[in-house]
Design a protein around this ligand. Structure first.
Ligand code: G1P
Length: 293
């Protein structure tokens, strides 16, 4: 177990999934039969984190309700003898110590992270973005926490993407280190045009940050899209030779992007096909369906 707390920003408007997200937060969209945010909470718990702060916005009560217990539902399932479902329902309320804070106005990811300052205090913390799901077989977050403990630096996760996709991400300039899979980040740009990108290494939604990031965020001016960008605050840390610096852990594993509709559908299909309870029925149908396309 680690003393590191996790922060999950979940205050976005979810416009790409309208009208589904008109009254429901996008973090509650099911990926097979679990809301996306539960995968992220389970990932944090899997890395030894037990204190989780979710930054919520308007219309987000469904998220806090999801992590609450529902005694009447539990009694019903108990009476029916449906122990499998009972266990799954209870799991979401027993996972971790989950706290909530409101963002108020949605002024960007950097602003959302700043809302965690009081709860986090003066310890290091992890940030997990709900649009990126990391396969449960991966140990990315644990590796990032270990890299932070070794170096004291802010740690970001980097993944190679097609150069034409880099405008969707923060992009990093890097130098290699003696530490396998860990690089020094010398610069960061939020969502650059392909021609201006320092590399095709994209920042994916996992961060392990020192508390000094809060002071930087406090003075970070709105950047790309008029929003306060976490990438801009990290760029300041990367450029400051006297500060903790920024390192990147290169991730080559399985990640699902649930923020994009096509990738969201792919994630559901992939995860369902691998499930013991669903895969056997789904695989032959999927083959037949694909042959008809
Ligand atoms: C955010 C960050 C971006 C990062 C991305 C990863 O962007 O600002 O640097 O690459 O998450 O998913 P968003 O996708 O929230 O617009």
């Amino acid at each position: 177990m680690t003393n590191i707390k996790a922060v999950i920003p979940a205050a976005g408007l979810g416009t790409r999934f309208l009208p589904a997200t008109k009254a429901m937060p996008k973090e509650m969209l099911p990926v097979v039969d679990k809301p996306a945010i539960q995968y992220v909470v389970e990932e944090a718990v899997g890395a030894g984190i037990h204190d989780i702060l979710v930054i919520i916005g308007r219309n987000k009560n469904a998220i806090s309700d999801h992590f609450d217990s529902v005694p009447e539902l539990e009694v019903k399932l108990q009476q029916k003898g449906d122990h499998g479902r009972l266990e799954r329902v209870m799991k979401s309320s027993d996972l971790a110590d989950i706290h909530f804070v409101r963002q108020g106005e949605p002024k960007g990811l950097g602003h959302a992270v700043l809302r965690a300052r009081t709860h986090v205090g003066d310890g290091s913390f992890a940030v997990l973005l709900g649009d990126d799901l990391i396969d449960e077989s991966e140990s990315l977050l644990a590796e990032m926490i270990a890299a932070h403990e070794r170096t004291g630096a802010a740690v970001i996760a980097l993944m190679e993407v097609d150069p034409e996709q880099i405008h969707l991400y923060g992009a990093a300039a890097i130098e290699s280190t003696d530490d396998d899979g860990v690089v020094t980040v010398t610069g960061l740009v939020e969502k650059p045009a392909a021609a201006d990108a320092p590399s095709n290494l994209a920042v994916i939604g996992r961060y392990v940050l020192p508390p000094s990031i809060f002071e930087v965020l406090e003075r970070t001016e709105p950047g790309k899209g008029g929003e306060i960008q976490l990438t801009d605050a990290l760029q300041e840390l990367a450029a400051d030779a006297d500060g903790p610096g920024v390192v990147g852990v290169i991730f080559r594993g399985r990640r699902y992007d649930t923020g994009d509709r096509v990738d969201y559908i792919k994630a559901i299909v992939q995860l369902a096909v691998e499930r013991d309870d669903l895969g056997a029925e789904l695989r032959p149908w999927l083959k037949e369906f694909a042959a008809r396309l």
